[in-house]
Design a protein around this ligand. Sequence first.
Ligand code: SAM
Length: 246
Amino acid sequence: MSQNTNYSSVTPTQATKLEGDDKRNYIRNLFDDIATRYDFLRTLVFLGHTSLWYRQALRDLQLQPGEKILDVGCGTGESTRCLNRFYPGIQIEGMDLSPGMLSVARSMDADSNYFEGDVCSIPRPDCTYDVVVTAFTFRNFPNREVSLAQMLRVLRPGGRLLILDHFYPEKPVLWRNIYTIWMSKIVPQIVRPFIADTTPYRYLAQSIINQLKMPDFIQLIESSGAKVTNTNTYTGGAAGRLIAVR
Ligand SMILES: C[S@@+](CC[C@H](N)C(=O)[O-])C[C@H]1O[C@@H](n2cnc3c(N)ncnc32)[C@H](O)[C@@H]1O
């Protein structure tokens, strides 16, 4: 797949299995395409729950003024702005692969430091940050192991990595079935009036269905050399957080 290939040339199910440059190009094109409608559509798709998930996942981090934070895959900057609001005085940078998403972030928040970069080769020296946060991104990364190794590399020893993401609820089965129908059948209809191509939201549903289960996520992080200290799930398992210490 070339950098300019239309992402619709791959089915959402195939897209979740892409790796390396193919995944990177697919994801960059997808987010560039929806950047200006991303925040509005996300509120619609998750019925405003993302604000709640940010509060639950980020409020107890107890970041101190002067601490250096990297928000990996900051997108339009909602996660970055939340952290800035919760913890005045932190030094936060937001990095993203998609120029379109970064352009929206910069238009909303001229004071924050946003830069373009790929999680698989973060353009920062070793041990730069006290905390690395990545919210609703991990399913989209080109390579899980390399992403984790890079996020841990830029953390100082003892620094914390926080991953917040969508998960596929397991139990009760009724809730899992309702969530599946909502994401796979209803969401594409709801977003249709606002975007010409609903592929990004069909990909979103498929990427959630294929998300790692929490125990596998823990194992993956620990095999990268970090110690998982906290895990939490929200809204019946539709979102989850892991904190690991380098
Ligand atoms: C669902 S958005 C989440 C944005 C933001 N963290 C938030 O909570 O609103 C996922 C973001 O991850 C970014 N992303 C995906 N793959 C990436 C990569 N390899 N390196 C850096 N950012 C990436 C996308 O461009 C997109 O902006």
